[in-house]
Design a protein around this ligand. Structure first.
Ligand code: TIU
Length: 238
């Protein structure tokens, strides 16, 4: 980020239920759990019985948004769901849930499932964090629970979040709800979120913007990209 990026000021993004106004200088792009464990075979998502190919549609539009956010000087935060190798931070209830053949901590084709430091836990190559970007490891569904995300955002003066990632109705929704209660304004990019259940995605997205934006705003990524591209040129540094 350069000071001149943020000098270009706020942008208006057509959204539901009405336009979303963000200033890149006070906005973070949140990229939630774009990990091999959810998007590729042999990980947690597949072990839960899901068709992981359903999440692939998110990768291309989200890559474009990540690049645009970097160019606009926005803070980019990546999250990863997972646990300590000794599983000390994993509630026994989460460990037992589903009676899975390949459950949390078990050795799979991409290392131990949902365990930090393992291949499956890491972010997919297409969305690898750039040097200096913030990566938040979280033990739960919500990105604020038992993490330092909130002080990290507040210390940077962040007031708005552009929320993306997987899965729409699980970690994205939980995080948006947590953010909403903490006073952050959330714009959820519908084509940059994905679910193993298309119908849950549809309804989850609608729930966010319903009732006057009860949890936040919803737009397609194209609306954000167009608004950022149309920003007036920042004044030359003096
Ligand atoms: N199972 C499912 O849809 N999601 C998760 O377990 N975690 C996230 O959403 N990241």
């Amino acid at each position: 980020m350069t000071p001149s990026d943020s000098a270009a000021g706020p942008v208006n993004i057509p959204a539901e239920p009405y336009e979303f106004v963000l200033d890149p200088a006070t906005t973070a792009l949140l990229v939630i759990d774009m990990q091999r464990d959810f998007l590729e075979e042999g990980g947690f998502g597949a072990g839960l019985g899901n068709d992981v190919s359903l999440l692939a549609r998110v990768v291309e539009p989200l890559s474009r948004v990540v690049y645009a956010a970097r160019a606009a000087g926005m803070t980019v935060v990546h999250t990863r769901e997972g646990h300590r190798p000794d599983l000390a931070d994993c509630p026994p209830t989460k460990l037992a849930r589903g009676r899975l053949e390949l459950g949390i901590g078990d050795m799979g084709p991409r290392g131990r499932v949902l365990v930090r430091g393992e291949e499956g836990h890491d972010i997919i190559d297409e969305l690898a964090p750039a040097p200096g970007e913030i990566v938040v490891d979280k033990p739960g569904k919500g990105a604020f629970y038992a993490t330092d995300l909130e002080p990290v955002l507040r210390n940077r003066g962040i007031v708005s979040l552009v929320v993306t990632g997987v899965t729409t109705e699980v970690c994205v929704h939980t995080t948006v709800r947590e953010a909403n209660d903490r006073g952050f304004e959330c714009l959820v990019l519908e084509d940059c979120c994905g679910s193993y259940f298309p119908e849950f995605h549809e309804v989850g997205i609608r729930m966010i913007a319903a009732q006057g934006g009860i949890f936040g705003w919803v737009a397609a990524s194209g609306a954000l990209l167009a608004a950022l591209a149309a920003r007036p040129a920042a004044p030359a540094p003096s």
